[in-house]
Ligand binder design. Sequence first.
Ligand code: SAM
Ligand code: SF4
Length: 449
Amino acid sequence: MTRSRKPADPKTFHIKSFGCQMNVYDGERMAEMLGARGLTAAADGADADLVVLNTCHIREKAAEKVYSDIGRLRREDGTSPLIAVAGCVAQAEGAEIARRAPSVDIVVGPQAYHRLPALIEQAGRGAVALDTDMPAASKFDALPARARAARPSAFLTVQEGCDKFCTYCVVPYTRGAEVSRPWGAVMDEARALVDGGAREITLLGQNVNAWAGEDEAGRAQGLDGLIRALDRLPGLARIRYTTSHPNDMSEGLIAAHGDVEKLMPFLHLPVQSGSDRILRAMNRDHDAAGYRRLLDRVRAVRPDIALSGDFIVGFPGESDADFEATMALVRAVGYAQAYSFKYSARPGTPAAAMADAVPADVMDERLQRLQAQINADQLAFNEASVGRRTTILLERAGRHPGQLVGKSPWLQSVHVTAAGARIGDMVAVDIVSAGPNSLAGALVERIAA
Ligand code: SAM
Ligand code: SF4
């Protein structure tokens, strides 16, 4: 395939985001920037002039996916779109990507994507365009203002990067050091999202609860201060935040769960393992008992809070006893939902050089047991909702005529047949049945905005 068969001046684009919600947010910002430059979004990559693969490097499988996706972009007539690899694989593998996949035209890291238009021009002249800088000036200042929200529930990145250096994790290397966006920039973006139709905002960060800044009056604030300010924003109905680190769960943030009405009763607080020995090897800097005490404090101020977590099974050296400690913690907490992953050695991380790898079949067996427990707890949590009257923010059409799907305050998907209601409406429903992944609700009434 030659570069000359590629569009020099792309008119249409398609962005495919993998991995975390921060990538979804970055994908939206890239789309808005390309739209502001006159390009039109194409429904899929098959007929777009420019395809951006916004990649994830967190586990090996996720990172390898980009190469199979690039292969699939070759078209039968021998042409190809301009291909940009963005996100954390771009940052971690840089120029190596273009060597391994010569059809790639642009490689752009997560802190440099505001320069995408210039990179497209450079690629149009026939050279591979690479930018994996982590510039001191924030990319956010260079991006156009937020466009009308595509969904009633919007993401807003307030914090990026990580200084925690868990021994298994690539994030500190791919996303860089921990940086908080300024108070004013966050509030302006939140107002723009609400003006554009958003009713729920999820504040995002790799360690979002480490957010720190100063308000308009110059007072030091943490994430709880930002949440309290958003609580006063007219038109905004719901606030969420993710992902948090146990060590950044401040008194103020815990208190906010008790008294900020718009803050939804849901907390995603990853712990990774129930074994203190493994937590030390992971450099998590907290133990299992401390994590449980933290959850007890949150539950004390918000008894109905839905808890979520992340777990890694098969970290190097994880014994049967270590894994049983994880199972015991999961049973004791009773998560409303949780994510669990097999450990994946990532190049350049300290854990990748650790001895005592856990055999693949043992990892598989442990993951199955853990997921069975998590699924059972999730079903029990959902079943306990039956008979409850609650509010749902309708976010998308369901599969059946007249059916809409929204989220409960506890982040459960709820299907409801709601003639006359529209996406973006808040409705009261009675929960009538529950499955492992969603609930069914009967419409009571539409709640005025
Ligand atoms: N900063 C957040 C935290 O500490 O919880 C989330 C970081 S990461 C994007 C999301 C999850 O991926 C982690 O919580 C962890 O469970 C998982 N993860 C990270 N590195 C991994 C690895 N090398 N192998 C398997 N899972 C991993
Ligand atoms: Fe990765 Fe740990 Fe930072 Fe989370 S806290 S992003 S797992 S290094």
